[in-house]
Ligand binder design. Structure first.
Ligand SMILES: Cc1ncc(COP(=O)(O)O)c(C=O)c1O
Ligand SMILES: N[C@@H](CCCC[NH3+])C(=O)O
Length: 416
């Protein structure tokens, strides 16, 4: 259940008719629900129960300052992958002391910035990175808190582009190398070994791979203890999937409870979770208008004003996201449409073979667009990125203005 529901044949976001938002702010536009974001965050936090834990929302899913500030107010931690994401967290009022920093190639500048702000931990992905963080911390006269991201070689059974926990993926330190790497980390003078982490992939629809990975990590924790290395936290990453079409992922409650149960004997280890999609995806929609209808012998096209630059997932992963009318009509027959955008690529589609009853000028909502929607948007075809709007009960807050053409060439220079 989310807060985008029909009332009297009109799609509402919380207590606001989405068509009113479209009229005021134009289309395409992203619309988020504060209540849904909060409910999803609490679902994770409550489910872990009494075990010491921290929910570190994965900023890459949706890094809008409005979204981050809502989560910061709940006391959320954050998983970041760049200095830019850290700056956003701080600007939104997030606590740097609850930030974990993932990513395979953090720059020295990013490391120094994070050390200055006093983040909770660097999730380190290679030996070379250990040396780099040790050097930067040494130059600053500080000790850097680190965890090692272990690649547990577990198949997440998801799209190959978003699977990260297999040997074949670029992420993390191989399980077999872990003890040597921890020994190295413990020997470096400017590092403090804090924890262990993993992240096996995104849009997972069953619990088993998460539990397999956690078990492998717990074995390693025990092995490290024999080598005199004790950890204070275990971070199992993010990756819980959502329902886009027919998937039936476990509820966050089931997922978090399964992990917390495994942690039962390890009260000394704080459990960290890094959910992104499961918090943000179904807290957002992309609203778009039908510009033209092109009827063909083989196919009908609904040409809409949103394109692959606004929502890349269908083009990049052949991802399926539901497309629904803001005001369903019964004065038009249903037909099968490819819903396509104005960008000059055949791959520019939002949905294929969709049964819709529509006319030009009608408004549609692309569902589950709150995660990896705006954050993956671009200016391809010199298109301005859409505005982002947050609904909070009856309130409509513009949390990012529509980009303006003249801002697109800011910083560029003509040659005379
Ligand atoms: C290290 C890390 N943590 C957390 C996430 C969030 O994943 P998801 O949005 O699938 O929960 C990702 C993205 O897959 C990630 O790479
Ligand atoms: N961008 C992906 C998720 C990537 C997860 C990042 N590690 C998606 O839209 O499904």
């Amino acid at each position: 259940m989310d807060h985008f529901q029909y009332r009297n044949d009109e799609l509402f976001a919380e207590d606001v008719a989405v068509s009113d938002i479209a009229q005021k702010h134009g289309t395409p536009a992203y619309v988020y629900s504060r209540a849904t974001l909060e409910r999803h965050w609490h679902a994770f936090d409550d489910a872990v129960g009494e075990h010491p834990h921290l929910i570190c929302y994965a900023v890459k899913a949706n890094s809008n300052l409005g979204v981050l500030s809502v989560l910061a107010k709940l006391g959320s931690g954050f998983d970041i992958v760049s200095g830019g994401e850290l700056a956003r967290v701080v600007e939104a009022g997030g606590d740097p002391g609850k930030v974990v920093f993932s990513g395979v190639a953090k720059t020295s500048e990013e490391i120094a910035y994070a050390l200055k702000l006093g983040i909770l931990c660097f999730n380190v992905e290679s030996e070379s990175e250990l040396y780099r963080i040790n050097d930067v911390a040494g130059n600053m006269g500080l000790s850097a808190p680190i965890s090692l991201r272990i690649n547990p070689d577990v198949d997440a059974q998801t799209h190959p582009y978003i699977s990260t926990g297999l040997k074949a993926n670029k992420f993390g330190i191989p399980w077999e190398r872990a003890v040597d790497c921890y020994t190295l980390a413990a020997s470096l003078p400017n590092l403090t070994v804090k924890g262990m982490d993993c992240h096996i992939g995104s849009q997972l629809t069953s619990i088993a791979p998460f539990v397999d990975a956690l078990d492998r990590l717990l074995d390693l924790v025990a092995l490290l203890r024999q080598h005199g290395i004790t950890l204070s936290h275990l971070d199992v990453g993010g990756g819980l999937g959502v329902t886009y079409e027919k998937e039936t992922p476990p509820h966050p409650r089931e997922y978090a409870a399964a992990l917390a149960k495994r942690m039962g004997e390890h009260q000394d280890l704080t459990l960290i979770l890094e959910p992104g999609r499961a918090i943000a995806a179904n807290a957002g929609i992309l609203v778009t208008q039908v510009e033209f209808i092109k009827a063909g012998d083989d196919k009908h096209f609904a040409i809409v004003d949103a394109a692959m630059n606004d929502l890349l997932r269908p083009a990049l992963y052949s991802a399926w996201q539901n497309i629904i009318p803001l005001r369903p009509r019964n004065d038009e027959p249903q037909a099968l449409y490819d819903v396509v955008g104005p960008v000059c690529e055949t791959g520019d589609f939002i949905g294929k073979d969709r049964e819709l009853a529509i006319r030009p000028g009608d408004l549609l909502a692309v569902r589950s667009a709150g995660a990896y929607g705006f954050t993956m948007a671009s200016n391809y075809n010199s298109r301005c990125r859409p505005p982002e709007i947050m609904v909070d009960g009856k309130q409509v807050l513009l949390v990012r203005e529509r980009e303006k053409q003249k801002d697109l060439w800011k910083g560029e220079h003509k040659v005379t």
